[in-house]
Write a protein that binds this ligand. Structure first.
Ligand SMILES: [Zn+2]
Length: 86
C-alpha cells in the first residue's frame, strides 16, 4: 500500500498501544515486514467504502502467536497530527 511510512506507523503503534499480549501477558511483539493486511468488509455491506475493507498493520506475539491488527487509517491520522504539532 503506497503512501504510508511503515516506520512512522510502527513508532505510532508503540506509543499509543504499548500493551502486553492479552493471551500470555508477554511483551514480545513481532512487527510484520509485509505490513498491510486487508480485513474485508462482508459482501453487501461495503457500498461506498474504498478498498473494500480495513487496511491494518499486523503484529504477532512471539511468545504465543496471538495476532493483532491495528487500523492504518487511525495510526496515520495520529502520526499526521503529531507531525503537525511539532
Ligand atoms: Zn502472547
Amino acid at each position: 500500500m503506497a503512501g504510508h511510512d511503515l516506520d512512522e506507523l510502527y513508532d505510532c503503534l508503540r506509543r499509543v498501544a504499548p500493551s502486553a499480549c492479552p493471551c500470555c501477558q508477554k511483551d514480545d511483539w513481532i512487527l510484520a515486514t509485509e505490513p498491510m493486511a486487508l480485513v474485508p468488509w462482508v459482501k453487501g455491506l461495503n457500498k461506498g467504502l474504498k478498498g473494500g475493507g480495513v487496511h491494518a498493520v499486523v503484529r504477532t506475539c512471539g511468545a504465543c502467536g496471538f495476532v493483532r491488527l491495528h487500523s492504518v487509517q487511525v495510526l496515520q491520522a495520529i502520526a499526521d497530527a503529531d507531525r503537525k504539532a511539532r
